[in-house]
Every structure is written in C-alpha cells, then in structure tokens.
Design a binder for this molecule. Structure first.
Ligand code: NAD
Length: 494
C-alpha cells in the first residue's frame, strides 16, 4: 500500500450531528489542520437528519470546539477551516437520497480540489452500516478512476462472531480490506504505540520477555464513572463486548506478539493475529474458575445517591449485564506457555486508569534472601490518564547494613510532553488520510477476538449471576481478588 503524506480528500461523516462527531472527530480535524497536518484540499461533509444550513452547523461545531479542545480556538485557523465544513440534510436509511449526496460531493470535490478521494466515516449505530455501504456502492463509488474510497467503521464491530461476519461480508462487497479501517481508538493512544518500542528497542527488556523470566502479566482498565446516559447502548453490550473483545485483546496482542519482520502494516498485524489465534486454541475448561463477572450496586451518602447499574436510565431493573469482568488467559505458545495474563476492566471502580503490569519472576538468592523474600522486578506501562513507564527494582536502603528495599524509576511521558500529546483520533484520522492501516484492526484480528469471547458468552448462558456484587468505587467483586489469590498472586493497584 502506498502511503502518502497529507492527501487531499472529503471526509463524509454519517452521524455528523452525533456525540462522537462533536466531541472527538471535529476537534481532531481542527487540531490536525491547525498543526498543518491536513492538506488545504480537504473538506468535511457532515450528514444529519435535521434541517439546518451549513452556516448553522458551523456555529454548532465552533461551540463544540470551545467545549472540547484543550486549547483556545484560534480565530485565524477557524476562519480558514470553517468554509471547508458542510452540512448535508439527509436520512441515510433512504436509498434515494444518495444520488443527491453524490452530486453535492462532486461539487465540493471541484471547489476544494479533493481529487475524488473520499473517507466515509460511520459515526452511527452498527445496524446502519449495511444500508449505508450498499447505497454508497450504487451511488457514490464511481467518482474518479485514480481516486481512493476508504471506509472507517466505529466499534462495536458486531455483537458476536456471527453478526461480525455478516457485517464484514457486507462491507467487503463494497470496500477492499485495505480500504476498510476498523477503529479501535485505544490503538491511537501514544503508549500503545510505545509498547513495541519499549519491547524491541531495549536490551534490558527484549531478552527477558518470555516465560523464563516473566511470572505473570496484568492488564487493567478501570473507570470511576457508571454508564450515565449510555444505558441503552450498554445493556446490549456489557464489559466483555465493550472492552475485552476490542481494547483489552488489542493490548494483549501487542504485549505478547513475536517481533515482526519489519514495521510494515501486514507484518505487525500478522504477528498480532497469531496471538489472538492461540487464545482460542484450547477450549476454556471451567469458565467459572478463570472468569469473574460483576455489576455495580448503588450507594446513598449524606449528600448524594449513587445509582446502582440496575437503576440507571434505560437499564432493566433485573439486568444481568456485566459492568465488570476479570479473567485469566493463557497463551498457548512457545514464548508464553505457563505465564498467566490477568485481564480486568470495569465501571464505577476505585480509580480511572489503564495499565499493564509485567511482573518478573522472583530472584531466589542465598545472599539477600533472609527473613523475607525480595520483591520482584516490575515494569508498568501506563496508558491513561498518566502516560509513562514505571520500573521497580531492589536496592540497598541507605544507612543500613544490607536492608533491601524496592525503589523505582518513573518516566511520566505526559508530564514532559504535557497537553501537547496528541489525541488518539488525531493520529487515527491522519493515518486513514495517509493510507496507513497499521493502527486499525484487520478482519482476522476481529474474527479471532470474537471466537475467544463467544466461548465466554456461551458458558454464561447456563449460569445466573448474583448481581449487584460490588460497591461503587472499589476494585470490583471479591471473587476478582480470589481469582489471583488462588495462584498466590494479587492485583497490583497503584
Ligand atoms: P449518536 O447517537 O450521538 O450519533 C448518531 C447520529 O446519527 C445522531 O446525531 C443521529 O441523529 C444521527 N442519525 C441516526 N439515524 C439517522 C438517519 N437515518 N439519517 C441521518 N442521521 C441519523 O451516537 P455517537 O455517540 O456519536 O456514536 C456513533 C457510533 O460511534 C456508535 O456506533 C457508537 O457505538 C460509536 N462510538 C461512539 C463513541 C463516543 O464517544 N460517542 C466512542 C466509541 C464508539
């Protein structure tokens, strides 16, 4: 695939009036433009159902920029970009409206010299994807022989393997795999891109990255907030679909993959797929032994009532949707056999953070192992909100004879780079425009993740959980701690 610098194009946003467009996509476009990372020959066409003019829509975009940008909006930049933003009133479930869309796109194409290149961004619920791509195929894909047409698909990509396959079949009828960008916005985060560098550019870590030296790995992603206004979506999703199938398994594959032959998109994705493939190799024997699910309860204190999940807006009072999941995963390959990976994610937890802990084996040492065992070395990759790397090792306590204490080196990346650190969507949108799909999930990555996750849903069908089973702002249900206790380990909660 030829990767261009900053290619000319029109970005067509289906769902241009929605939350994602206003909170993430348009601020990311503004930032890219202000940093001169977008071609001047660029335009946005936002599609929505309500009647409004492009000028009215631009005013709404400006309000969102004020609300969601980390910096003040620069008048000069806004004046320059605003005329590249258009609003198109249309109901995208109605096939006849696409001809009009294509005529508008051709006009905008001429006005802004976008060379017929188009990025179709699906910022809408997945049930619309099929209708939209079908109608694009009939009406909007014949622009210019040399032009590219790329589609960006938001998660969730299906709700199980079957529905993901159906959805994928629909998309590949219209867009080739190389033009299909399945977004997992975690992959756009700085520290995820850093994982390969930390692993493969450091003599200190690379030779130790295997079952001879690593005891176990923990991957945790916790939020303090509940589902808030997203009850409708979450009831159909839950933590396993929302977080594990996509973000957590992507993190796992980057941590566990073999070194790729080179940094080409295909080489990296090939190695990630091998990890995901080996997850599903053996059937999970006893699901209850290795997986814990939870749902948060409520809390009433003097000033406030914190709603239990079952009392949230648009959530069933008897809902069994999980807001927490912890699991132990084995990767059955030569490098990782015998090294458990513990994954944990949940809402209404004690702290907002996403971290990967690599715990090395303890050094059994007759010189220093006397009254108590030495603490193991630990490498922590901090993904969010703090971005950085923390390394714990042993040293002599100053002023004592031979008292050993753990000390640490702590590199806080966003303390140095500060708020200039780019948002995930900036990186990802600029990659779509450049034609670089490395940070997007290929179909087989999605397929093997669903294969693994579907096994869990199947097993859950036969059991009834006792929900709610954890209090707000804790580290989840007690069984999650027991999961590691059984292995003489515990969660590392920073
Ligand atoms: P949203 O409901 O806020 O936006 C969807 C927009 O599409 C709405 O403005 C709606 O009016 C419009 N729409 C619906 N039907 C239409 C039709 N027939 N014709 C024209 N317009 C129509 O949703 P959102 O939060 O922006 O999310 C969009 C997609 O992105 C979803 O698939 C969601 O799961 C995914 N996503 C969202 C976020 C986020 O932060 N909001 C994060 C990750 C993924």
């Amino acid at each position: 695939m030829h990767i261009t610098n900053y290619s000319s194009c029109i970005m067509v946003i289906f769902g241009g009036t929605g939350d994602l467009a206003h909170r993430k996509l348009l601020p990311a476009i503004y930032n890219l433009y202000s940093q001169k990372k977008l071609s001047h020959n660029f335009a946005v066409v936002a599609i929505g159902r309500r009647a409004k003019t492009s000028d009215e829509y631009r005013e709404e975009v400006l309000d969102s920029l004020h609300a969601f940008l980390k910096f003040d909006v620069e008048k000069e930049v806004w004046n320059s970009i605003k005329n590249k933003i258009y609003y198109k009133e249309m109901d995208f479930s109605e096939g006849e409206s696409y001809q009009g869309l294509n005529i508008d796109l051709m006009e905008i194409d001429d006005r802004h010299n976008t060379c017929g290149n188009r990025m179709y961004y699906m910022a809408v619920a997945p049930e619309f994807f099929g209708t939209i791509v079908d109608n694009l195929k009939i009406n909007c894909m014949k622009s210019n022989y040399n032009a590219w047409n790329r589609v960006v698909i938001e998660k969730p990509f299906g709700r199980d393997l079957n529905s993901a396959r159906l959805l994928n079949n629909k998309i590949v009828e219209v867009f080739k795999e190389e033009n299909t960008y399945r977004i997992d916005h975690y992959l756009g985060k700085e520290m995820l891109q850093n994982i390969m560098v930390i692993r493969f550019a450091n003599m200190l870590f690379e030779p130790l990255w295997n079952n001879k030296f690593i005891d176990h790995i923990q991957i945790s992603s916790s939020e303090t907030v509940g589902v808030g206004g997203r009850g409708n979506y979450y009831e159909k999703s839950g933590a396993l679909r929302d977080m594990v199938q996509s973000h957590m398994l992507q993190l796992l594959s980057l941590i566990a993959m073999e070194p790729p032959n080179d940094l080409e998109t295909k080489s990296i994705r090939d190695e990630k797929v091998k990890v995901l493939k080996s997850l599903g190799r053996s059937k999970i024997a006893d699901i209850n032994e290795v997986i814990v699910r939870g749902q948060y309860g409520g809390l009433v204190d003097d000033s406030d009532e914190i709603l239990a999940y079952r009392n949230e807006n648009k959530v069933s009072e008897s809902s069994n949707t999980e807001t927490f999941v912890a699991l132990k995963v084995n990767i059955e390959n030569f490098r990782w056999s015998g090294v458990p990976f513990y994954i944990r994610t949940g809402k209404r937890m004690k702290k907002k953070s996403t971290e990967i802990v690599i715990q090395f084996k303890s050094l059994h040492n007759i010189l220093y192992f006397k009254e108590k065992e030495l603490l193991p070395n630990m490498l922590v990759i901090r993904v969010q909100p703090t971005e950085g790397v923390f390394f714990q090792f042993n040293a002599k306590e100053p002023g004592t004879q031979n008292n050993i204490i753990p000390v640490n080196m702590d590199f806080c990346q966003n303390c140095h780079i500060g708020i200039n650190s780019p948002e995930a969507y900036e990186r990802l949108l600029s990659d779509v425009i450049r034609g670089d799909a490395t940070l997007f999930a290929r179909w087989d990555e999605v397929e093997y993740s669903w294969r693994f996750v579907d096994q869990i849903f199947e097993a859950w069908e036969d059991t009834n959980p006792q929900f709610p089973n954890y209090k707000p702002w804790t580290w989840g249900p007690k069984e999650s701690d027991d999961l590691l206790k059984k292995d003489n380990r515990s969660w590392i909660n920073f």
